[in-house]
Write a protein that binds this ligand. Structure first.
Ligand code: SME
Length: 156
């Protein structure tokens, strides 16, 4: 049974990252906060954009070991990067090109992360074993979570 995501998680993140601008530390703690707070989630973390190779590389995360490189436009993460739009996927097995890193994952949400100057940072990726786990309301909360995260990173 999964609960709707409590909007207070954005305030928890804001407090957790208070006066800290280190990118790796903030992404690591953000992934831990997601994983320890959300119910029915098996993987939460980040893929970082590599402009030199125009792809994503695995960043801080909580969960099982995962694929390291994801091409721009491939899978749910690469589609989030290419379109710069949140990908809310109720059933990953219906998503053309889905990259199965963890066989437990059945639903996924990917939120693109872009700094205020337009620099693409990467994507935030959250997986669940339950189809339809993430709702449009959850999407709004997670997009706000991403905005709070970017606000702290932008100060660096
Ligand atoms: N399923 C993702 C790959 C990353 S893992 O879920 C951690 C995708 O299709 O992009």
């Amino acid at each position: 049974m999964s609960d709707r995501i409590n909007p207070l998680i954005t305030e928890q993140l804001d407090a957790l990252l208070y006066e800290e601008t280190n990118l790796v530390a903030n992404l690591a703690n953000a992934s831990a906060l997601l994983k320890q707070t959300l119910t029915d989630v098996n993987w939460a973390g980040f893929y970082m954009y590599q402009p030199e190779t125009d792809d994503l590389i695995l960043g801080p995360f909580q969960g099982n070991v995962a694929c390291v490189h994801i091409e721009n436009g491939h899978g749910v993460c690469g589609t989030g990067l290419a379109t710069q739009e949140t990908q809310l996927v109720a059933d990953v097995h219906e998503f053309a090109g889905h990259i199965a890193c963890d066989s437990a994952s059945n639903a996924e949400i990917v939120v693109p992360l872009t700094l205020s100057d337009g620099t693409k940072l990467g994507v935030m990726d959250i997986d669940s074993p339950t189809k339809g786990r993430f709702t449009p309301e959850d999407q709004e909360v997670l997009e706000e979570f991403a905005r709070v995260l970017l606000k702290h990173i932008d100060k660096a």
